[in-house]
Design a protein around this ligand. Structure first.
Ligand code: ATP
Ligand code: FE2
Length: 314
């Protein structure tokens, strides 16, 4: 069985191919706005213009032709509606059975499968989402999450305020390595949930007078400590023995270190997939498509589809 996965929910148009449980291609093209944040219509236009080329690259990498593809897995949500529509139109144009895939579940499953984790506590930390998750029965339950903006979006917003373009995460990480002084910033954890806007506003204001290296360092220490605190509480509560960090922000080495040190204190194994599978990618979509095996006739986008609404059939 060969499944071709299409990722299209936001900035990245990606195509992955999985054949008999083995990923044989993972190609993508990312939209990067010159100034400001993502303009959904522009991102959708980007996806339309690169789709055919990304498909050709993926098929070439896998050394197969479109005739060899049995089914398409498509990320139908959550995401930006214009981008989801662009991806769906492209998927339909390929005239194959289509399996709708939840983007968040894909970030989780690619981590679980590549690390061979069985039942981890999951820290899904990406652009629009920040969730602490564990499986309960045949669903993923969310133990804590961001209630205003996602952690990656918060980092990107702060980065833009100090003149660093999208994606700001990697640039803030580099700058933070040079920081020496911790500058006090708002730390807002409400129960098990996280609030980031106040931190972004305060850091952007203080950046006008403080050294940018110190600001980047202090911003990272604060925002990652908030995430580590709620993860630790979820770990103590669930008593899981594995901690899986996934999503685009999981590429951050400082966040990896904080969570792995915390996991160690609780005798839990810590794991993070390789960078290629952390940001948005088609391989993770093809993987969930190959697991779920439920092609549907009436495919539609689902922009607000939540992690805990998906029934785990595998
Ligand atoms: P979601 O999965 O919530 O829909 P998304 O799909 O937009 O969000 P991903 O591609 O999973 O997001 O992650 C993108 C985010 O990861 C961006 O906000 C980017 O700045 C952030 N990011 C990438 N590398 C790093 C890094 N080294 N440190 C911190 N953040 C990073
Ligand atoms: Fe994502």
């Amino acid at each position: 069985m060969t499944t071709l996965g299409i990722e299209c929910t936001a900035h990245t148009f990606g195509i992955g191919i999985i054949k008999d449980n083995k990923i044989i291609a993972n190609e993508f093209d990312m939209y990067k706005p010159e100034k400001g944040g993502i303009v959904p219509a522009d991102a959708a236009q980007h996806h339309r213009s690169v789709a055919q080329q990304v498909l050709e690259n993926a098929l070439q990498k896998a050394n197969i032709s479109i005739k060899d593809i049995d089914q398409i897995a498509l990320s139908t949500g959550p995401g930006l509606p214009p981008c989801l529509v662009a991806g769906m139109e492209f998927a339909k144009s390929l005239s194959k059975p289509i399996i709708p895939v939840n983007h968040c579940i894909a970030h989780i499953e690619i981590g679980k499968q590549t690390l061979k984790f069985k039942d981890p506590l999951i820290v899904y930390s990406s652009g629009a989402n920040t969730q602490i998750i564990a499986q309960q029965g045949n669903r993923y339950a969310i133990f804590g999450e961001c209630i205003d903006i996602g952690i990656g979006n918060a980092i990107d917003k702060f980065a833009r305020s100090i003149g660093l373009p999208m994606p700001g995460g990697p640039k803030i990480e580099q700058l933070a390595l040079l920081g020496k002084k911790y500058i006090d910033l708002p730390y807002t954890v409400k129960g098990m949930d996280l609030v980031f806007s106040g931190l972004v506003t305060a850091a952007s204001k203080k950046a006008k007078t403080e050294k940018l290296e110190d600001m980047a360092y202090s911003f990272q220490e604060t925002i990652f400590a908030m995430l580590t605190e709620v993860t630790e509480r979820a770990l103590a509560h669930t008593k899981k023995t594995e901690v899986l960090l996934t999503g685009g922000v999981a590429k951050n080495r400082r966040l990896q270190t904080m969570l792995s040190e915390m996991a160690k204190l609780h005798n839990a194994q810590f794991g993070v997939p390789q960078d290629e599978y952390l940001g948005d990618n088609g391989a993770m979509i093809s993987l969930v498509g190959s697991l779920s095996k439920n092609p549907q006739k009436d495919i539609d986008i689902n922009p607000n589809w939540r992690t805990d609404q998906v029934e785990l059939t595998w």
